[in-house]
Design a protein. Structure first.
Ligand SMILES: C[S@@+](CC[C@H](N)C(=O)[O-])C[C@H]1O[C@@H](n2cnc3c(N)ncnc32)[C@H](O)[C@@H]1O
Length: 275
Protein backbone atom coordinates (compact mmCIF):
# COMPACT_ATOMS: atom_id res chain seq x y z
CA UNK A 1 0.00 0.00 0.00
CA UNK A 2 1.44 3.40 -0.89
CA UNK A 3 2.10 5.97 1.81
CA UNK A 4 -0.95 8.02 2.85
CA UNK A 5 -0.41 11.76 3.51
CA UNK A 6 -0.64 12.82 7.18
CA UNK A 7 -3.70 15.01 6.52
CA UNK A 8 -5.50 12.09 4.80
CA UNK A 9 -4.89 9.45 7.50
CA UNK A 10 -8.00 10.45 9.42
CA UNK A 11 -10.10 10.59 6.23
CA UNK A 12 -9.61 6.91 5.33
CA UNK A 13 -12.68 4.70 5.63
CA UNK A 14 -12.66 2.21 8.53
CA UNK A 15 -11.92 -0.73 6.18
CA UNK A 16 -9.12 1.18 4.40
CA UNK A 17 -7.63 2.14 7.77
CA UNK A 18 -7.76 -1.50 8.99
CA UNK A 19 -5.92 -2.56 5.86
CA UNK A 20 -3.39 0.30 6.25
CA UNK A 21 -2.41 -0.86 9.74
CA UNK A 22 -2.98 -4.55 8.85
CA UNK A 23 -4.93 -5.16 12.05
CA UNK A 24 -6.02 -8.77 12.68
CA UNK A 25 -9.73 -7.87 12.45
CA UNK A 26 -10.84 -11.03 14.19
CA UNK A 27 -14.47 -12.08 14.27
CA UNK A 28 -16.05 -11.57 17.72
CA UNK A 29 -14.55 -14.18 20.03
CA UNK A 30 -11.40 -14.53 17.88
CA UNK A 31 -9.78 -17.96 17.82
CA UNK A 32 -12.35 -19.37 20.23
CA UNK A 33 -15.06 -18.60 17.67
CA UNK A 34 -13.12 -20.16 14.79
CA UNK A 35 -12.56 -23.32 16.87
CA UNK A 36 -16.29 -23.55 17.66
CA UNK A 37 -17.16 -23.12 13.97
CA UNK A 38 -14.59 -25.74 12.88
CA UNK A 39 -15.76 -28.28 15.53
CA UNK A 40 -19.48 -27.79 15.04
CA UNK A 41 -19.44 -27.78 11.23
CA UNK A 42 -17.44 -31.06 11.20
CA UNK A 43 -15.01 -29.87 8.53
CA UNK A 44 -11.95 -32.00 7.76
CA UNK A 45 -8.89 -31.66 5.51
CA UNK A 46 -11.11 -32.78 2.62
CA UNK A 47 -13.55 -29.89 3.10
CA UNK A 48 -13.70 -26.77 0.95
CA UNK A 49 -14.30 -23.53 2.85
CA UNK A 50 -15.09 -20.00 1.64
CA UNK A 51 -14.70 -16.89 3.80
CA UNK A 52 -16.67 -13.75 2.93
CA UNK A 53 -15.16 -10.42 4.02
CA UNK A 54 -11.84 -11.99 5.01
CA UNK A 55 -10.15 -8.57 5.61
CA UNK A 56 -6.46 -9.32 6.37
CA UNK A 57 -7.05 -13.10 6.47
CA UNK A 58 -7.37 -13.96 10.18
CA UNK A 59 -10.25 -16.49 10.05
CA UNK A 60 -9.16 -18.22 6.84
CA UNK A 61 -5.59 -18.61 8.10
CA UNK A 62 -6.80 -19.95 11.45
CA UNK A 63 -9.28 -22.47 10.01
CA UNK A 64 -6.61 -23.76 7.60
CA UNK A 65 -4.15 -24.12 10.51
CA UNK A 66 -6.71 -26.07 12.54
CA UNK A 67 -7.94 -28.48 9.88
CA UNK A 68 -5.73 -28.17 6.77
CA UNK A 69 -8.96 -27.79 4.78
CA UNK A 70 -8.88 -25.95 1.45
CA UNK A 71 -9.91 -22.34 2.05
CA UNK A 72 -10.55 -19.31 -0.16
CA UNK A 73 -11.00 -15.89 1.45
CA UNK A 74 -12.59 -13.04 -0.49
CA UNK A 75 -12.95 -9.34 0.27
CA UNK A 76 -13.85 -6.27 -1.80
CA UNK A 77 -10.91 -4.35 -0.32
CA UNK A 78 -7.86 -4.97 -2.57
CA UNK A 79 -5.27 -3.84 -0.01
CA UNK A 80 -6.68 -6.22 2.59
CA UNK A 81 -6.53 -9.09 0.11
CA UNK A 82 -2.86 -8.21 -0.63
CA UNK A 83 -2.12 -8.24 3.11
CA UNK A 84 -3.85 -11.61 3.51
CA UNK A 85 -1.91 -13.14 0.58
CA UNK A 86 1.43 -12.14 2.17
CA UNK A 87 0.45 -13.85 5.40
CA UNK A 88 0.13 -17.32 3.79
CA UNK A 89 3.92 -17.73 3.49
CA UNK A 90 4.60 -15.84 6.76
CA UNK A 91 2.48 -18.46 8.54
CA UNK A 92 4.23 -21.35 6.78
CA UNK A 93 0.99 -22.48 5.11
CA UNK A 94 0.61 -24.36 1.84
CA UNK A 95 -0.57 -21.96 -0.89
CA UNK A 96 -2.23 -24.82 -2.76
CA UNK A 97 -4.68 -25.12 0.18
CA UNK A 98 -5.29 -21.46 1.09
CA UNK A 99 -5.77 -18.46 -1.19
CA UNK A 100 -7.25 -14.97 -1.14
CA UNK A 101 -8.96 -13.02 -3.91
CA UNK A 102 -10.82 -9.80 -4.45
CA UNK A 103 -14.52 -10.60 -4.65
CA UNK A 104 -18.00 -9.31 -3.88
CA UNK A 105 -20.36 -11.39 -1.72
CA UNK A 106 -23.25 -10.15 -3.88
CA UNK A 107 -21.77 -11.64 -7.09
CA UNK A 108 -19.68 -14.68 -6.28
CA UNK A 109 -17.45 -16.05 -9.05
CA UNK A 110 -17.85 -19.68 -7.95
CA UNK A 111 -19.86 -22.65 -9.22
CA UNK A 112 -23.09 -23.88 -7.65
CA UNK A 113 -22.74 -26.34 -4.72
CA UNK A 114 -18.99 -25.84 -4.33
CA UNK A 115 -18.35 -25.28 -0.59
CA UNK A 116 -18.89 -27.34 2.58
CA UNK A 117 -18.70 -24.29 4.85
CA UNK A 118 -18.98 -20.54 4.29
CA UNK A 119 -17.63 -18.30 7.06
CA UNK A 120 -19.10 -14.80 7.30
CA UNK A 121 -18.04 -13.53 10.72
CA UNK A 122 -19.46 -10.05 11.12
CA UNK A 123 -18.97 -9.23 7.41
CA UNK A 124 -22.70 -9.34 6.64
CA UNK A 125 -23.14 -6.03 8.54
CA UNK A 126 -20.81 -4.44 5.95
CA UNK A 127 -22.46 -5.91 2.83
CA UNK A 128 -24.87 -3.46 1.13
CA UNK A 129 -27.41 -5.90 -0.34
CA UNK A 130 -27.69 -8.65 2.28
CA UNK A 131 -30.55 -10.59 0.64
CA UNK A 132 -28.64 -10.79 -2.63
CA UNK A 133 -25.50 -11.93 -0.77
CA UNK A 134 -27.43 -14.64 1.16
CA UNK A 135 -28.87 -15.99 -2.13
CA UNK A 136 -25.34 -16.13 -3.54
CA UNK A 137 -23.99 -17.91 -0.44
CA UNK A 138 -26.78 -20.47 -0.68
CA UNK A 139 -26.06 -21.02 -4.38
CA UNK A 140 -22.35 -21.83 -3.89
CA UNK A 141 -22.94 -23.91 -0.71
CA UNK A 142 -23.24 -27.71 -1.06
CA UNK A 143 -26.53 -29.30 0.02
CA UNK A 144 -26.34 -29.88 3.81
CA UNK A 145 -23.36 -27.49 4.04
CA UNK A 146 -23.11 -24.76 6.66
CA UNK A 147 -22.96 -20.96 6.67
CA UNK A 148 -21.48 -19.52 9.86
CA UNK A 149 -22.28 -16.00 10.96
CA UNK A 150 -21.14 -14.19 14.11
CA UNK A 151 -23.55 -11.26 14.52
CA UNK A 152 -23.31 -8.62 17.23
CA UNK A 153 -26.71 -7.59 18.64
CA UNK A 154 -27.96 -5.05 21.21
CA UNK A 155 -29.28 -6.24 24.58
CA UNK A 156 -31.60 -3.19 24.75
CA UNK A 157 -32.46 -0.24 22.53
CA UNK A 158 -29.22 1.78 22.45
CA UNK A 159 -28.86 5.51 22.95
CA UNK A 160 -28.71 7.49 19.68
CA UNK A 161 -25.48 9.13 20.85
CA UNK A 162 -23.47 5.88 20.85
CA UNK A 163 -24.94 4.76 17.51
CA UNK A 164 -23.92 8.11 15.96
CA UNK A 165 -20.38 7.62 17.26
CA UNK A 166 -20.16 4.06 15.87
CA UNK A 167 -21.51 5.25 12.52
CA UNK A 168 -18.90 8.03 12.44
CA UNK A 169 -16.10 5.53 13.06
CA UNK A 170 -17.36 3.02 10.48
CA UNK A 171 -18.38 5.61 7.89
CA UNK A 172 -21.79 4.03 7.28
CA UNK A 173 -25.08 3.56 9.15
CA UNK A 174 -25.08 0.36 11.19
CA UNK A 175 -28.23 -1.69 11.26
CA UNK A 176 -29.18 -2.02 14.97
CA UNK A 177 -30.18 -5.64 15.46
CA UNK A 178 -31.54 -7.51 18.48
CA UNK A 179 -31.44 -11.20 19.38
CA UNK A 180 -34.80 -11.98 17.76
CA UNK A 181 -33.50 -10.67 14.42
CA UNK A 182 -31.08 -13.63 14.31
CA UNK A 183 -33.59 -16.39 15.11
CA UNK A 184 -35.61 -16.75 11.94
CA UNK A 185 -33.93 -18.17 8.86
CA UNK A 186 -37.04 -19.73 7.35
CA UNK A 187 -37.34 -16.73 5.06
CA UNK A 188 -34.03 -17.77 3.47
CA UNK A 189 -34.84 -21.51 3.60
CA UNK A 190 -31.92 -22.13 5.95
CA UNK A 191 -32.08 -24.29 9.05
CA UNK A 192 -30.86 -22.72 12.30
CA UNK A 193 -28.57 -25.63 13.24
CA UNK A 194 -26.50 -24.16 16.11
CA UNK A 195 -26.53 -20.92 18.13
CA UNK A 196 -24.62 -19.92 21.24
CA UNK A 197 -24.51 -16.46 22.80
CA UNK A 198 -21.59 -14.67 24.45
CA UNK A 199 -20.83 -11.25 25.96
CA UNK A 200 -17.75 -9.04 25.65
CA UNK A 201 -15.41 -8.08 28.50
CA UNK A 202 -15.29 -4.27 28.85
CA UNK A 203 -11.67 -3.02 28.76
CA UNK A 204 -10.18 -0.17 30.82
CA UNK A 205 -8.94 2.98 29.03
CA UNK A 206 -5.35 2.09 30.07
CA UNK A 207 -5.67 -1.36 28.41
CA UNK A 208 -6.75 0.28 25.16
CA UNK A 209 -3.85 2.78 25.25
CA UNK A 210 -1.33 0.00 25.91
CA UNK A 211 -2.82 -2.22 23.18
CA UNK A 212 -2.75 0.59 20.57
CA UNK A 213 0.83 1.64 21.42
CA UNK A 214 2.14 -1.94 21.28
CA UNK A 215 0.24 -2.78 18.15
CA UNK A 216 1.32 0.21 16.07
CA UNK A 217 4.93 0.11 17.38
CA UNK A 218 5.21 -3.54 16.34
CA UNK A 219 4.21 -3.08 12.70
CA UNK A 220 7.44 -2.74 10.66
CA UNK A 221 5.45 -1.85 7.51
CA UNK A 222 4.35 1.37 9.30
CA UNK A 223 7.97 2.51 9.71
CA UNK A 224 7.56 4.56 6.50
CA UNK A 225 5.59 6.98 8.74
CA UNK A 226 7.46 9.44 10.98
CA UNK A 227 6.71 9.82 14.70
CA UNK A 228 4.15 12.60 14.14
CA UNK A 229 2.31 10.57 11.51
CA UNK A 230 2.39 7.51 13.77
CA UNK A 231 0.81 9.62 16.50
CA UNK A 232 -2.08 10.43 14.13
CA UNK A 233 -2.46 6.72 13.33
CA UNK A 234 -2.44 5.81 17.04
CA UNK A 235 -4.92 8.55 17.97
CA UNK A 236 -7.36 7.43 15.32
CA UNK A 237 -7.20 3.75 16.28
CA UNK A 238 -7.46 4.60 19.99
CA UNK A 239 -10.56 6.72 19.35
CA UNK A 240 -12.16 3.90 17.30
CA UNK A 241 -11.33 1.31 19.97
CA UNK A 242 -12.80 3.49 22.74
CA UNK A 243 -16.07 3.89 20.82
CA UNK A 244 -16.17 0.15 20.07
CA UNK A 245 -15.43 -0.65 23.74
CA UNK A 246 -18.41 1.46 24.89
CA UNK A 247 -20.64 0.07 22.16
CA UNK A 248 -19.76 -3.61 22.67
CA UNK A 249 -20.60 -3.39 26.38
CA UNK A 250 -24.23 -2.83 25.24
CA UNK A 251 -24.19 -5.91 23.03
CA UNK A 252 -23.83 -9.67 22.95
CA UNK A 253 -22.71 -11.77 20.02
CA UNK A 254 -23.77 -15.18 18.75
CA UNK A 255 -21.95 -17.97 16.96
CA UNK A 256 -24.52 -19.29 14.51
CA UNK A 257 -24.43 -22.17 12.02
CA UNK A 258 -27.11 -22.28 9.32
CA UNK A 259 -27.60 -25.44 7.28
CA UNK A 260 -28.70 -25.70 3.66
CA UNK A 261 -31.16 -28.45 4.45
CA UNK A 262 -33.09 -29.38 1.31
CA UNK A 263 -35.86 -31.09 3.28
CA UNK A 264 -38.18 -29.12 5.55
CA UNK A 265 -38.40 -31.07 8.81
CA UNK A 266 -41.48 -31.17 10.97
CA UNK A 267 -41.36 -29.13 14.21
CA UNK A 268 -39.60 -30.67 17.24
CA UNK A 269 -41.85 -30.53 20.30
CA UNK A 270 -39.63 -31.62 23.24
CA UNK A 271 -36.60 -29.40 22.86
CA UNK A 272 -33.59 -29.44 25.22
CA UNK A 273 -32.96 -26.89 27.94
CA UNK A 274 -29.48 -25.51 27.13
CA UNK A 275 -28.42 -23.90 30.43
C1 LIG B 1 -15.80 -6.25 9.95
S1 LIG B 1 -14.86 -6.76 8.58
C2 LIG B 1 -14.89 -8.50 8.83
C3 LIG B 1 -13.91 -8.86 9.88
C4 LIG B 1 -13.69 -10.30 10.11
N1 LIG B 1 -13.23 -10.98 8.91
C5 LIG B 1 -14.89 -11.02 10.68
O1 LIG B 1 -15.03 -12.19 10.41
O2 LIG B 1 -15.68 -10.45 11.46
C6 LIG B 1 -15.88 -6.58 7.18
C7 LIG B 1 -15.14 -6.87 5.87
O3 LIG B 1 -16.14 -7.11 4.86
C8 LIG B 1 -15.63 -6.56 3.65
N2 LIG B 1 -16.77 -6.37 2.74
C9 LIG B 1 -17.71 -5.38 2.76
N3 LIG B 1 -18.61 -5.57 1.78
C10 LIG B 1 -18.24 -6.72 1.12
C11 LIG B 1 -18.77 -7.42 0.02
N4 LIG B 1 -19.86 -7.01 -0.60
N5 LIG B 1 -18.15 -8.56 -0.38
C12 LIG B 1 -17.03 -8.99 0.25
N6 LIG B 1 -16.47 -8.34 1.30
C13 LIG B 1 -17.07 -7.22 1.74
C14 LIG B 1 -14.92 -5.28 4.08
O4 LIG B 1 -14.00 -4.83 3.11
C15 LIG B 1 -14.27 -5.73 5.38
O5 LIG B 1 -12.95 -6.19 5.20
Amino acid sequence: MKKVKKEDLDKLSYTDFVSLICEENRPSGGKFTIREIAKNSFITKDSKVLEIGCTNGFSSLEINKLTNCTVIGIDINENSVDNAKKRIAENGLDSSRISFEVGNAEELQFSDNEFDLIICGNAMSFVSNKSKAIEELKRVLKPNGFISIVPIWYKDIPDKNIIDKVNDELGFQINCTFEQDWNNYNKWNLELYYKKDYSFVKRAKADIERYVDNMIDNKPHLDIYNEEEKKVIKNRWERTMEVFNDNLSLTNFSIILLRKNLVKEEEELFIINQN
